[in-house]
Write a new protein. Structure first.
Length: 526
């Protein structure tokens, strides 16, 4: 089974499985296809995180393939420029892209087919061209309006001076060259060879700092996933520098309420989701950072005792105007899931951050660079403060769930700060309200904004604001207003995230797949 946000990527993943590839092989092949067909969300200029269920060993493996900030760029440089925050695009926002190293680490440990076989379908598709799908086409056009003047952007992503229209074929011969080099020379091609040289020129030639020494020093890291229990389910995330533990904190808070006794989508139900998010996100803003530079109190943040102290702050009848972080003592993305016949499963997420990322584009090799460096704080006292060679706070989070000791669910929800909120809503839809895999993702979602940010931006006065997708009853919306929530309209469905999932039936072993109705996605198996 393969579930991705683009049908051709899913097709390539399934074909990889049919040729005898592992779940990891299928994930790499599908991710490479997404880097071509959905460049407004991901690509080899971005980072990657993955959770792999190893059926033979009966254990989970976590991979943090996020890159670090340039060694030659200091916080003082931003001070000289008068920056309060790091720009969200441009060369100063670029950190080392970790995705390719992530592919190679995953492949070395769990791959069955040679790398050139995994990349061959995307190489051919890049040469022949593919028709741009509807949701991706809209995001592409929006990115082109914002970044058309960025270095190299138009040369790659605006053939003929515009973004490709929906249904129009798009080819990327330069990206095919990059994939060919990676297939033949592996890590060296990207982090030390000709791609590294072109990447350095694209960044430093436009006033940035990232260079070949930063690329050569990069290594991704195998990490142990962290978990909590929620009504008999074991839910797993990766530890910081990502925000995955916010999901676990929210679940711990919500476990103290009988959600299943409430009407789904009622004001009572939505209020608890919103308030739990507010509490977890204040901790997210204060504590989540690169653990190699900051002492992140993960165990305390995930303890049930700590959740009880946070839950005590939640008023079931009133919206909190400005919750604070607790005392613990101590954007655009692709998500995909794969599963193979041996029982292995992969939960993988990969991103440029905020659409095309920095906009800085490596023209000779047809890919853009991420803007993850914009997620540092510039306050030296902050856990997430900018430092050379540090990994920034990250929004992209793959997830996994087990029950009765068995691998159950690989899932994720795209969409920056929506990701923890979306994951919690999908999970509680299944656990508390008995929804099926597809229905749990199709159900309307709520999104809260205005919390304190890991970049140092303060919370919005009055407790922020709430966006609701169409489908909630008027009585629920009015009930939220009576509780003090500020309801704001939001036209874009994309702002409510993008979900993919694969669930294994624990009795039959059959896989069930789901793909986001808000995206161009597709789930398929054989």
């Amino acid at each position: 089974m393969v579930a991705t946000s683009q049908p051709l990527a899913t097709e390539i993943g399934v074909a990889t499985l049919r040729r005898g590839g592992s779940a990891v092989d299928a994930a790499i092949a599908a991710n490479a296809a997404l880097g071509l067909t959905e460049p407004c969300s991901c690509g080899i200029g971005g980072d990657l995180f993955a959770i792999v269920w190893d059926a033979a060993a009966q254990r989970l493996h976590g991979l943090n393939a996020s890159g670090r900030s340039p060694l030659s760029l200091t916080r003082e440089h931003f001070a000289r420029l008068g920056c309060r925050f790091i720009p969200q695009d441009g060369p100063l926002s670029v950190s080392v892209p970790g995705a390719v190293d992530g592919w190679l680490e995953l492949h070395a440990r769990f791959g069955r087919l040679p790398l050139h076989e995994l990349l061959a379908p995307s190489i051919q598709l890049a040469r022949d061209g593919f028709p741009v799908t509807e949701v991706i086409g809209a995001a592409w056009a929006a990115g082109a309006r914002a970044l058309h003047g960025a270095p190299g952007f138009a040369a790659v992503y605006m053939p003929g001076g515009r973004a490709p229209a929906v249904g129009e074929p798009f080819a990327n011969l330069n990206l095919a060259r990059a994939y060919e080099l990676i297939a033949s020379d592996g890590r060296k091609a990207f982090y030390e060879g000709p791609i590294a040289a072109a990447l350095e020129q694209a960044v430093r030639g436009n006033g940035g700092f990232l260079g070949r020494e930063d690329l050569a020093a990069h290594r991704c890291e195998w990490v142990q996933p962290v978990a909590t229990t929620y009504r008999g389910w074991h839910v797993f995330e990766l530890p910081p520098n990502g925000q995955g533990i916010a999901v676990l904190q929210m679940l711990n808070i919500l476990e103290g309420f009988d959600l299943g006794s409430l009407a789904w989508g009622s004001a009572e139900h939505l209020h608890l989701l919103i308030e739990a998010k507010k509490l977890a996100f204040e901790d997210r803003a204060r504590y989540y950072a690169d653990p190699q530079f900051a002492a992140v109190p993960v165990a305390r943040l995930l303890s049930k005792d700590y959740a009880a102290t946070r839950r005590a702050l939640l008023d079931p009848t009133r919206a909190a105007p400005a919750p604070s972080s607790g005392n613990v003592g101590a954007g655009d993305t692709v998500y995909l899931a794969t599963a193979d016949a041996a029982g292995n499963m992969v939960s993988l997420i990969q991103s440029n951050y905020i659409g095309f990322g920095s906009g800085v584009t490596v023209v000779p090799f047809g890919f853009g660079l991420q803007s993850r460096g914009s997620q540092f704080a510039l306050d030296a006292r902050h856990a997430n403060a900018y430092e050379p060679g540090k990994r920034p706070f990250h929004t992209i989070i793959p997830a996994f769930a087990r029950r009765d000791g068995e691998a159950l669910l690989a899932f994720g929800v795209m969409g920056a700060a929506m990701q923890p909120q979306g994951q919690v809503q999908v999970l509680t839809n299944m656990v508390d309200f008995g929804m099926g895999l597809q229905a749990a993702g199709d159900a309307p979602r709520v999104r809260h904004e205005g919390s304190t940010e890991p970049t140092g931006e303060p919370s919005f006065p009055g407790g922020g604001w709430v966006h609701l997708e169409p489908g909630f009853e008027a009585a629920a919306i009015e009930g939220l207003r009576r509780r003090g929530h500020r309801i704001e309209p939001l036209d874009s469905r994309a702002a409510f995230g993008g979900y993919q999932a694969i669930r294994r039936d624990l009795t039959s072993g059959v896989y069930l797949g789901a793909s986001e109705s808000r995206k161009d996605g597709h789930a398929a198996g054989y």
